[in-house]
Design a protein around this ligand. Structure first.
Ligand SMILES: [Zn+2]
Length: 179
């Protein structure tokens, strides 16, 4: 019998986007990222953010779960792996570093029209939960700043990938422009 890939989340073994979506929704943010704000947040409301590309939503949900391949995470499996941040090179690359404390990431947040001081937040989920704690009508309002805010998380990740895989360096100004 030939080997074959089987998607275990549907009865017939066929991949469907709806089953993948249910899997992502069922993932709870890990306790290692827990904080006071984190525990009090109604995380199901994350999926009520409208006007944000699904790819970015799923990426950020994975980041909230510390389930993206940061270099700190890869280091656990790869001996002698250089875990330094590809954007600033000064610290290990974790979710909290990349999206809150990295000098490039901070410059992107603060230099954008949102003017966010990302280092006010201890953990990345604190930043997201501070938006979720607002009422659902705000979450679904396209004239609010959420599409830009989510894009300001996504684009430093793209910049980091470009730095690693193509040796291309984006300035904070360019990242803001792309977002
Ligand atoms: Zn950095």
């Amino acid at each position: 019998m030939e080997d074959q890939l089987v998607w275990t989340l549907t009865p017939d073994g066929q991949f469907t986007t709806s089953s993948a979506y249910r899997l992502l929704v069922s993932e709870q943010p890990s306790s290692s990222n827990a904080s006071v704000l984190f525990e009090g947040c109604e995380w199901e409301n994350f999926w009520k953010f409208k006007w944000v590309c699904p790819t970015i939503m799923i990426f950020i949900w994975r980041a909230l779960n510390a389930a993206i391949p940061t270099r700190n995470r890869l280091k656990k499996w790869i001996p002698n792996f250089d875990s330094s941040c590809p954007l600033c090179g000064t610290e290990g690359e974790s979710v909290d570093h990349l999206f809150l404390n990295c000098s490039i990431g901070k410059a992107v947040w603060f230099g954008s029209e949102l003017g966010v001081r990302s280092d006010r937040f201890k953990h990345f989920p604190d930043l997201i939960s501070s938006w979720i704690s607002l009422s659902p009508p705000v979450l679904s309002n396209p004239f609010q700043s959420y599409p830009l805010a989510f894009s300001l998380i996504w684009h430093p990740w793209l910049a980091r990938n470009l730095a690693i895989f193509r040796g291309i360096s984006w300035s904070p100004e360019l990242i803001i422009e792309k977002a």
